[in-house]
Design a protein around this ligand. Sequence first.
Ligand code: HEM
Ligand SMILES: [Ca+2]
Length: 228
Amino acid sequence: MRNFKYIGTIKEALESECPSTVSCADIVALSARDGIVLLRGPQIEMKTGRKDSKESYVAEVDEFIPNHNDTMSLVLLRFQSIGIDVEGTVALLGAHSVGRVHCLNLVNRLYPTVDPTLDPDYAQYLKSRCPSPEPDPKAVEYARNDRDTPMVLDNMYYKHLLSHMGLLLVDQQLASDPSTSPFVEKMATDNGYFHDQFSRALLLLSENSPLTGDEGEIRKDCRYVNEN
Ligand code: HEM
Ligand SMILES: [Ca+2]
């Protein structure tokens, strides 16, 4: 989302070469595929042919996208409802082996008291990154998801979870919940296993109820539905 502008750049290049042919939904999916390779993750063969929606469903986002303070059982239920099992959900969260989290989403674990499940040294570091209990929502104040290998999609995320260095509550819960912790332990020791499960689950995610044929359109500008 942080670099959504590049979706527009890719769309412009495609439209000038081959108008009204490649959907924004396919651009997003293939960008994820290529981003994963650039971050030294697995090569995932993805299908194309998704259409873009003819309406905007912003109101449905809150209903279907899990929140980082949700319980583990609710998070698992949400993924299960689109055919992704517990093992796959644990693997998908491994995407938090790259990228950042804004302080706004972290301060609830740091102030007024530090979440006791958080490693104390790590909490101290996070406080230095996020010194105010009430960060300005517009400020670019953040902590990296993974301080050791921030630009590699590897199993470092799971090693950190086992050392109580999960950044979001949802991350830390993955290591403590009995239904997910066995997978966390296995992924922490086996990067190949993590990559295999991540590939399998990302394919399922990318093929979740696509619009085909007349159900959708090829948007001209990814930020707007077509006029007609
Ligand atoms: C229970 C499910 C999930 C929750 C609650 C969740 C929540 C979050 C939150 C709160 C952030 C920080 C956003 C910010 O402060 O700017 C974040 C970042 C991120 N998430 Fe997730 N996430 C989930 C699943 C996933 C999945 C399935 C993927 C991909 C397969 C993913 C990939 C990422 C990435 C790459 C970032 C870093 C973004 C950046 O650097 O700008 N997340 N997530
Ligand atoms: Ca990493």
